[in-house]
Design a protein around this ligand. Sequence first.
Ligand code: ATP
Length: 518
Amino acid sequence: MRQQRVFTAEGMEPNTIARRRPYTILFVDDEQAILNAIERLTFDSDANCLFYESPLKALEKLRKDPVDIIVSDLNMPEMSGVDLLAQVASEYPETIRLAMSGMNEKETVLEAINQGRIWGYITKPWDNEELLGSLEQAIYLRSLILERLMLQRSVSQLSCLNHEGFENFVGDSLAMQCVYQIISRAAPSDASVFITGESGTGKELVAEALHQRSRRSEKPLVTLNCAAIPSELLESEIFGHVKGAFSGAVKDREGLASMADGGSLFLDEISEMDIGLQSKLLRFIQTGSFSKVGSSTMETVDIRFISACNRDPMKAIEEGQLREDLYYRLNVISVDMPPLRDREWDALLLANNFLQSYASKEDKLVVAFDEQSEALIGNYHWPGNVRQLENAVNSAVILCSEQLISAADLNNTLKLPPEELESLTRRSMGAKPPVAAVAAIPPHSPANIDAHIDGNGAETAVLNPSRTRTDVPKPLSEVEREAVEQALAHCDQNVARAAALLEVSPSTLYRKLQQWSD
Ligand SMILES: Nc1ncnc2c1ncn2[C@@H]1O[C@H](COP(=O)(O)OP(=O)(O)OP(=O)(O)O)[C@@H](O)[C@H]1O
């Protein structure tokens, strides 16, 4: 009996990716007899060998499920082997590509090698030991590439983790920087804040950050999810009750309003609150006074109100689910949370962060996302926002059987149909690693522009040379105007928000807009 040929790269440390699994080798040749001969030769090896007569079918297979190594004949009627390998080189540059050819095609092969489309070649007819030796070499090369990929990803993850975040937020997109600025400015005030945004965008984190950064941080932040408590119990939940106020009220009970005294009260999903109770809440907000259910004694507390709604509050008002007067009372400062799909590369930053925390929680040696899963994270539209991303990563960490998370692992919760999954994981759709986040910001975007106050106190926007990659400087006036235009576009033409983003006063911005319109 022949001994099993073990295609495991020698010289690699135990537990490295080189040992993670059998490698997949795809052989393409239009002659079935050649494929049969290779199949017999590799039958006992621990590699996962696949055989295709049609180069087009081989490409189709590759696009569904990339392989480690491809070995292709050169002369095939459907598509030449050089073209096939060039295609693989452009779509999957890290797949090792070998050509099989007779000596008469040496010129073509050498040219392809020199152009980087092919890594090596096997002559036909081959010597069995030489062919197996070439495959072992290819596997060794592939293992080095995977090792390098893993190291790159670890470095990129470390830089994500070392990135100084804002409170408990992860993300440095322009949209989130704008949110951080509003929080920083609003936090010290006692003014009510109304947070809007789709479900799972982080509205509760905003409430926590506002409280943490306020003078009330030593006192409690009390959260009430108005949708989670039956409306008949909500009044007593907020204001408390006295013994005998209703059947079941066997003793006096403090409400959340008393518990939040000196601190903040976060009213989540406010439009779900019963409309009758909303008028009592309005009175309470206006006076700071309330009485427990079943009591006529007034109590006074000092509370900062933060509210959130995951639907359009104007629609809720129109539909009679939110009192307009209450809304304006609660909405002194508004924070609109951007959906995850509008946050540049934040999804990748967040995913890496969740990967680290769940891998350590589950005690699993999962170190990174593979290329396809990174592309999926960057390209998917995440209707459930950060919460959905967190669940997808959590489940992928639990289910994944290798050190790299694959798109299929993530798709366990996303449940995308195969065609959609394939198109979202295609490299050409442009996912970028998180470390590229800063470089990806256009050179003249507001993130690359600092506010500058000159000796006379006049504010101007200047390019920060350490953050821009442009080689040819533009006149300052042009840069300034572009920065203002981009900031306005980013903030839906809201001058106050654009001014906050550019770190100038709204009056400065109005003055400049006036000058430019003259
Ligand atoms: N930028 C972020 N960085 C890190 N974690 C985040 C971020 N945004 C949200 N999360 C996490 O995502 C989950 C959902 O966030 P959160 O509960 O704050 O969303 P929400 O907008 O209040 O949702 P809902 O409207 O459904 O109540 C939480 O586990 C939260 O910690």
